[in-house]
Design a protein around this ligand. Structure first.
Ligand code: FE
Length: 207
C-alpha cells in the first residue's frame, strides 16, 4: 500500500493526541492477525525486540564504516540500498538516498506527509519525527527547529531539507568530527546518534 495515497489531515497531534490513522490501522491489523491465529501478541513483541537486538545501532555502524572506508562511502552515496544490503540490511523502500554533510551543506530529513523513515537502519521513528510540529516547521524554518535540538548551523552553511516518501528514504552522512583520528569503527559508531543520522544534531567527539 502506498500510504501517501490517503488523506493525512487527521494525523495531527501525534505527540499526545488521539491515535493516528496509521496507528489505528496497524492495531486493527494486529488484532485481526491475532484473531485469525496467524501471529500471537507474544511473537509480535519478540520480533520488535529482536529487530534492534539482532543488529543494534545498525545505522551508526554503517555510517562509521563509511567514515573509514572511502570506497564504501562512495558506494553508499551512489546507491544506499545496495550498500546497506552488503550489511545484510534490507531497506523496506525502493531507494535509500544517503546525503552527505559538508562544510557548506547540512542535510535534514523529514516526511512531511506522515512518518516515512529508514526503519531498517534507524529502528522505530521517534515521536518528535512523527509530530505535525516537526513535519510542518522543519521545511519552513529548519534553522529554528535545529536550534531547538541544540544544533546551531552557521549562516554560511546551506541547510537542505529532504522529504521522504513511501518509495524513497534518506539517511544523513554526518561529517566525521575533528579529534577522532585513529578511532576504531566501534568507537566512531558510539558517537553517531540516531538524531545525527536524521540531521537534527551533529556528532560530537567529546560526547
Ligand atoms: Fe511518510
Amino acid at each position: 500500500m502506498k500510504h501517501h495515497d490517503h488523506d493525512h489531515s487527521r494525523d495531527r497531534s501525534f505527540d499526545d493526541g488521539p491515535p493516528s490513522e496509521h496507528e489505528i490501522m496497524s492495531r486493527a491489523m494486529q488484532e485481526l492477525l491475532e484473531a485469525k491465529g496467524v501471529i500471537t501478541a507474544e511473537q509480535l513483541r519478540r520480533r520488535m525486540e529482536q529487530f534492534d537486538a539482532e543488529f543494534p545501532q545498525r545505522g551508526a555502524r554503517v555510517i562509521a564504516h563509511a567514515w573509514v572506508d572511502a570506497d564504501f562511502r562512495q558506494r553508499l552515496l551512489v546507491d544506499g540500498k545496495r550498500a546497506c544490503a552488503e550489511w545484510g540490511i534490507d531497506l523496506e523502500a525502493d531507494r535509500l538516498i544517503a546525503v552527505e554533510n559538508t562544510p557548506r551543506l547540512h542535510n535534514v530529513i523529514v516526511c512531511t506527509l506522515c512518518s516515512c523513515y529508514p526503519r531498517a537502519l534507524l529502528g522505530m521513528p521517534p515521536t518528535w519525527y512523527k509530530s505535525e510540529n516537526y513535519r510542518r516547521r522543519v521545511v519552513r524554518e529548519p534553522r529554528a527547529v535545529l536550534r531547538e535540538f541544540g544544533t546551531v548551523i552557521p549562516e554560511e552553511v546551506e541547510v537542505r531539507v529532504h522529504d521522504s516518501n513511501a518509495d524513497m528514504r534518506y539517511v544523513v552522512v554526518p561529517m566525521r568530527p575533528a579529534g577522532t583520528d585513529g578511532w576504531s569503527e566501534e568507537r566512531l559508531a558510539s558517537i553517531i546518534t540516531r538524531d545525527a543520522l536524521v540531521g537534527v544534531t551533529v556528532p560530537d567527539a567529546k560526547r
